[in-house]
Design a protein around this ligand. Structure first.
Ligand SMILES: Cc1cc2nc3c(=O)[nH]c(=O)nc-3n(C[C@H](O)[C@H](O)[C@H](O)COP(=O)(O)OP(=O)(O)OC[C@H]3O[C@@H](n4cnc5c(N)ncnc54)[C@H](O)[C@@H]3O)c2cc1C
Length: 390
């Protein structure tokens, strides 16, 4: 391979570029990124950065003095791909043909239709989003968060720490119920209530009200929640629209085998945009978490450089963490595969516990809430357990 092009200059793109160099690739390396920023870390955007405890320089993902010997094309988007020819079209009108392509275009925050252009309504995915949200929160008194996934729950926690009056509206039974299952999401709901968040669960939003600037959120039952700022945290979708005509197999993300190979030779996909085949689940599965992107980058680089001949062990099962207030939530596995869940250490009422999810008696997932040491032991056990074919 003489030219490898990485599309997406964030966590997955940077780490795959780094892995390519570490695995001996010495050819031309081009990194294309739609954002103008050098690669930065997203998890602090809803936590320490939003709170003001970290600055922009602290978000840098590149090591000081790190030299990847890459050509960085920042502020330029890939607008199309011909997978058979490995030719990439660029937003500046140029094209780039490569021997190897890494697709690492991540995901984009889902928006609420009808709120486009309304001041005070935010989604949170990029550094620019976080800057704008922080500036608004510092001037605001009342925040309504729509959606209690990770980003919504973390923003609610941070805004409480900043002293705002916070209401969180969630259509499901509890914040984070989709990720943790309903039983174990209940203690997270209680945590938010203890810290003063007004939780409205099982509740649908009818509309966001206001003119040029938001002034409230109307619920399906007619209740009007006044708001100075609204954060829409209703999930993210993989950034794959630019691949629609590429010829690649697409589903909920770029469909890949267990090593990150796409349906076209010489093209791998990694990170939030990629749905790798998961043998334990027996289907493709897209992991939208930091550690998933980090671990898969090394595997994807090996797949690309070996032409798919080397088959390194794929990472599994999925792991994520979330920090809310002074609580560290850690989770590994697939909660929806379980037929039972039980608390095996600590006490949810005291805000520190470990729960094990089982299927037919075998552990398939573990949740730790302020239980870092015990969780780490369980995590190691799940990561080294033999794959049970799904
Ligand atoms: C606010 C927030 C908090 C988070 N907190 C946690 C956490 O606590 N724990 C955890 O495990 N995970 C967390 N995550 C998830 C984690 O950050 C992501 O899993 C990770 O960023 C995925 O990396 P990625 O490189 O695949 O995608 P992204 O980080 O989304 O990067 C994709 C990049 O590709 C660029 N791009 C898109 N389209 C194009 C194109 N056509 N051409 C060129 N460039 C393009 C984008 O501009 C972007 O820079 C959080 C995410 C967010 C947004």
């Amino acid at each position: 391979m003489r030219t490898v092009c990485v599309v997406g200059a964030s966590l997955a793109g940077l780490l795959t570029a780094r892995a390519l160099r570490a695995q001996g690739y010495a050819g031309r390396l081009v990194v294309i990124g739609e954002e103008r920023h050098r690669p930065y870390d997203r998890p602090p955007l809803s936590k320490d950065f939003l709170r003001g405890a970290l600055g922009e320089a602290d978000l840098a993902l590149e090591g000081e003095g790190e030299q990847l010997e890459a050509e960085w094309r920042l502020g330029v988007a890939a607008t199309g791909l011909d997978a058979a020819a490995r030719r990439i079209e660029l937003s500046d009108g140029g094209t780039l043909t490569a021997d190897g392509v890494v697709i690492a275009t991540g995901a984009a925050a889902r928006r609420l239709p009808g709120t486009e252009g309304m001041a005070g309504v935010h989604t949170l995915r990029t550094l620019d989003d976080a800057r704008a949200l922080r500036a608004d929160l510092l001037r605001a008194r009342r925040l309504v968060v729509i959606g209690g996934g990770f980003v919504g729950a973390e923003v609610a926690a941070t805004a409480r720490e900043l002293g705002l009056d916070v209401t969180l509206v969630e259509a499901g039974q509890a914040p984070m119920a989709a990720a943790l299952g309903p039983d174990m999401a209940a203690p997270i709901a209680a945590l938010h209530e203890r810290r003063g968040v007004r939780l409205l669960c099982g509740t649908q939003v009818a509309e966001v009200t206001g003119g040029d600037r938001v002034d409230g959120v109307r619920l399906a039952d007619g209740t009007l929640l006044p708001a100075d700022v609204v954060v829409v945290g209703i999930g993210a979708t993989p950034t794959i629209a630019w691949l629609a005509e590429s010829g690649l197999d697409l589903g909920d993300g770029v469909l890949c085998d267990e090593g990150g190979a796409t349906s076209a030779p010489g093209i791998v996909a990694v990170g939030d945009c990629a749905a790798w085949y998961d043998p334990a689940l027996g289907r493709h599965h897209r992991v939208e978490h930091w550690t998933g992107a980090r671990m898969r980058a090394v595997v994807a680089a090996r797949t690309l450089l070996s032409g798919g001949i080397e088959r390194p062990e794929p990472p599994r099962p999925a792991y994520f963490w979330s920090d809310q207030y002074d609580v560290k939530i850690q989770f590994i596995g697939h909660p929806h595969e379980a037929d039972s869940v039980s608390v095996e250490a600590g006490d949810p009422a005291e805000g520190s516990f470990l729960a094990v999810y089982r299927r037919e008696g075998l552990p398939v997932a573990v949740l730790g809430v302020n239980q870092v040491r015990l969780f780490t032991r369980w995590r190691r056990q799940l990561e080294t357990a033999p794959v049970q074919a799904g």
